[in-house]
Design a protein around this ligand. Structure first.
Ligand code: CMX
Ligand code: CO
Length: 146
């Protein structure tokens, strides 16, 4: 079961400038930053609100670490903007299996490592009406070291 919008992923050319825009314009502060080399991104998570399932909703600002990464390719083609949406669930394996059984391409055989020790997978945008869709199970609170 999907229980929240975990985050909206926004691709940008300059992470520091984009973080500053969200701080100066809306007052959102950086909750966490990391480099995920497997995904080819340097990212900042801005927490927007807690959610009723014990999780939270974030903006995920993404700067590519290399041109041939998913975000790097997308930026070269589209420029800056909303790159993906992520739904949160306590059971990313179960939801991915369920969605796959409905004929949607799940991009990874097994979930991979996402922000803050989460487990993530992606659904192909061409099977989701043009929306790259991520599924996220957050790390257990005691395991989170942001
Ligand atoms: N949203 C919507 N459509 C997208 C898209 C996106 N973010 N990225 C690509 N597409 C579309 C393209 O426009 C293209 O459509 P057309 O054929 O009609 O032109 C098609 O999908 C193929 O795109 P491509 O540029 O050839 O790119 P690839 O097929 O090589 O890669 C994808 C697309 C989705 C498989 C790849 O981006 C991917 O694996 N994404 C998952 C990983 C990821 O995005 N990581 C970064 C975020 C990390 C995080 O959130 O933590
Ligand atoms: Co994401």
């Amino acid at each position: 079961m999907l229980t929240r919008i975990d985050h909206i992923g926004i691709a940008c050319f300059d992470l520091d400038k984009t973080v500053e825009f969200y701080r100066a314009t809306y007052g959102f502060e950086v909750f966490h930053t990391e480099v995920n080399e497997e995904q080819g991104v340097r990212e900042a998570m801005l927490k927007i609100n807690e959610t009723s399932d014990g999780g939270a909703s974030y903006l995920q600002l993404l700067e590519p670490t290399r041109e041939d990464s998913a975000v790097g390719k997308w930026l070269a083609k589209n420029g800056e903007g909303v790159h993906h949406i992520a739904f949160g669930t306590a059971d990313v394996d179960g939801v991915a299996a369920d969605v796959r059984s409905k004929g949607v391409r799940v991009l990874y055989d097994e979930p991979r490592r996402g922000s803050m020790g989460s487990r993530i997978t992606f659904l192909h945008p061409k099977d989701c009406h043009g929306v790259l869709t991520e599924l996220v199970t957050a790390a257990a609170p005691e395991a989170t070291d942001h």
